[in-house]
Design a protein around this ligand. Structure first.
Ligand SMILES: [Zn+2]
Length: 77
């Protein structure tokens, strides 16, 4: 069975805490923004993680495996 935990930066995140994952990198136009270019991973505890494109893709792959149709199992092996 797939482990419902994924490591993002230095944090092990339970997949069931993830509400959504950004498709595009953050851009708000503010000069002092430190999130620009990072992908937001929204958590259900009114908090977000900010990560790279690569880690964002890892999270989506893990979510797909975790919430995916069980009939699709084996596709990732
Ligand atoms: Zn911003």
């Amino acid at each position: 069975m797939h482990e419902p935990l994924i490591k993002v930066d230095d944090k092990h995140v339970p997949l069931y805490r993830i509400v959504w994952v950004a498709d595009l990198p953050h851009f708000c136009g503010e000069e002092d923004c430190v999130r620009e270019g990072y992908y937001e991973i929204r958590l259900d505890v009114d908090d977000s993680l900010w990560t790279s494109h690569h880690d964002r893709d890892r999270v989506i792959e893990a979510l797909n495996q975790w919430c995916g149709d069980p009939r699709d199992e084996g596709e990732f092996e």
